[in-house]
Design a protein around this ligand. Structure first.
Ligand code: SF4
Length: 531
């Protein structure tokens, strides 16, 4: 049923002697909404003599074990089983799929005849260390840079050890069995992530949906990636630092893809680290509009908001928008490098309300480095000030809208200047979320959404943990709920998310927002370098 409903945007031959199973460790619906997964599937099938099947975490509905969608083949029959992992939360599904497929979980227990297990996607390039006991090869970088070399090695039909050795010699591939637990056997002890430079990236074919399907949340939507990286460089943002320098595709190339595929669908989605942070965003939106596409933007960078962008969105019937002020005042926004003044925020929210948007989500954070109690109160003050503007303009149009402050805990992420900052004290986070909840309950036309603290702890742990996390991940894969894991392993989790060293260092020794090379070297991801 799923296959029958799919429509391809490119005629993929899918014939080849060398077979690859490419999986997304979550549902079909979520996996097929992921452009990176869709693009790698296309690139692998474009390779001569390679035939790539897909599998998902929900394909194990019966007791036969996970099988591929296209040919109903058990995963153990493939020489290469590759996973695209974009969220650390999916580690548990990855750990369930391998035993269900009767593939030995420990990489050291695999032998000749077992598949080589490869993991790519954002998680591989952020911090591969927690999965290193179970993964033969990590693919770190843009698929266009990695797939051709990988395909060359697979076509050679080598023994398992020879394949691993050949893959380890390729740039961007980290092979723990060859390179060692901290890549000490790699050149200069570093694995260099392979990614496009700004100039060559602008000329690349824009990644876009390979298979349209009605069975996703983005039903039959043609996704096109217009940029990677963001010029704002907020100090907490992994994507901005890892993807820098920003790579942008030309409007001409984006519209060419859109035009070619217009007979297949009338729905388009633009993918970028920050969609509106593209100098040609208006020509792109105008072009899609003239092709009669319906295009939605999930979130718009605040300084890029303009009357024309809003008019294009609302003309299509869009009534909801999200922006990310992140902090309640200018001082803290400056500290995180978010270059948005209170005045700009008020002006942009006025424009948004005037355009006819009636639901505005505001992404904010608490627990940011250097935050004071007054800064948390300023979150309330800011939302109230924006609310008054939003309501005033809404009344003029006869339709009063809702503000949705969505407050997350600051999560320190690898590869950002805040990578060594601690997660806020859980009790303090709880108190802040409760304070916000009480304040926003009293505010009409405001719906508060706060991140549960237990989720913040788990998310922060998943981002920064090292190989010692293996038993905890296995417990999670066996079905232990997050709340219980956080309670049972509290000390181990706190040692990672609130390291004593980060808390003890006097501020003058480690200026906030500056990379600390010594701490970086000691971190689980210390061996990852950028090309
Ligand atoms: S504006 Fe958004 S995407 Fe850009 S650096 Fe800041 S958080 Fe990241």
């Amino acid at each position: 049923m799923l296959l029958a409903a799919e429509r391809a945007t490119e005629d993929l031959s899918r014939h080849g002697r060398t077979r690859v199973a490419l999986g997304f460790p979550n549902s079909y619906e979520i996996g097929m909404s992921n452009l990176g997964f869709q693009w790698v599937y296309r690139l692998l099938n474009r390779e001569e003599d390679i035939a790539c099947d897909r599998f998902f975490a929900d394909e194990d509905a019966d007791r036969r074990g996970p099988r591929t969608l296209e040919t109903d083949t058990p995963l153990g029959d493939f020489p290469l089983v590759a996973f695209s992992i974009s969220w650390e939360m999916d580690y548990v599904n990855f750990l369930r799929i391998l035993p269900a497929a009767r593939i030995p979980l420990e990489r050291t227990a695999r032998g000749e005849g077992d598949p080589i297990v490869l993991v790519g996607g954002d998680c591989a390039r952020i911090n591969p260390a927690p999965l290193a006991a179970w993964v033969d090869v990590f693919a770190m970088g843009d698929a266009e840079k990695i797939v051709p070399g990988l395909a060359d090695v697979l076509r050679r039909d080598l023994t398992r050890d020879a394949t691993l050795a050949a893959l380890a010699a390729l740039p961007g591939l980290y092979v723990p069995a060859v390179h060692g637990a901290r890549a000490e056997g790699a050149e200069d002890g570093k694995i260099v992530v392979q990614q496009f430079k700004a100039g060559e990236g602008a000329l690349r074919e824009p990644p876009h949906t390979t298979l349209l399907t009605p069975h996703t949340e983005l039903s039959d939507k043609l996704l096109i990636e217009i940029a990677r990286g963001c010029s704002e460089m907020c100090r907490f943002c992994w994507a901005a630092y890892a993807m820098a320098p920003q790579v942008r595709v030309t409007a001409e190339a984006v519209l060419e893809i859109a035009k070619r595929n217009r007979p297949l669908t009338s729905r388009a989605g633009l993918i970028a680290t920050a969609v509106a942070d593209h100098p040609e965003i208006l020509p792109i939106l105008r072009g899609l509009q003239s092709l009669d596409y319906h295009v939605a933007l999930s979130s718009v960078k605040i300084d890029a908001i303009s009357e024309e962008i809003l008019a294009i969105l609302t003309k299509q019937g869009e009534r909801a928008l999200a922006i990310a002020p992140e902090a309640g005042n200018e001082r803290l926004r400056r500290a995180i490098n978010k270059k948005v003044s209170d005045e700009m925020l008020l002006d942009k929210v006025r424009l948004i309300a005037r355009s006819g948007i009636t639901q505005l989500k505001l992404y904010l954070q608490v627990g940011l480095p250097g935050e004071t109690a007054a800064d948390v109160d300023d979150v309330v003050g800011l939302v109230d000030a924006l609310r008054l503007v939003f309501l005033e303009e809404g009344r003029k149009r006869g339709r009063v809208g809702t503000l949705v402050p969505t407050v997350n805990a600051f999560i320190p992420k690898p590869h950002t200047p805040f990578e060594n900052e601690p997660l806020d004290d859980p009790a303090a986070l709880e108190e802040k979320m409760n304070r916000l909840d009480r304040a926003f309950r009293k505010m009409p036309n405001v719906t508060f959404r706060g991140m549960p603290v237990v989720e913040a702890i788990w998310e922060a742990y998943l981002a920064k943990m090292g190989p010692e996390s293996a038993p905890i991940l296995l417990e999670a894969a066996a079905g232990a709920p997050v709340r219980r894991l956080v309670k049972t392993h509290r000390d181990a989790l706190m040692a990672v998310v609130r390291p004593a060293r980060a808390l003890a260092l006097p501020e003058h020794e480690t200026p906030r927002g500056v990379f600390d090379p010594h701490a970086r070297q000691a971190s689980p991801w210390g061996f990852i370098a950028k090309s």
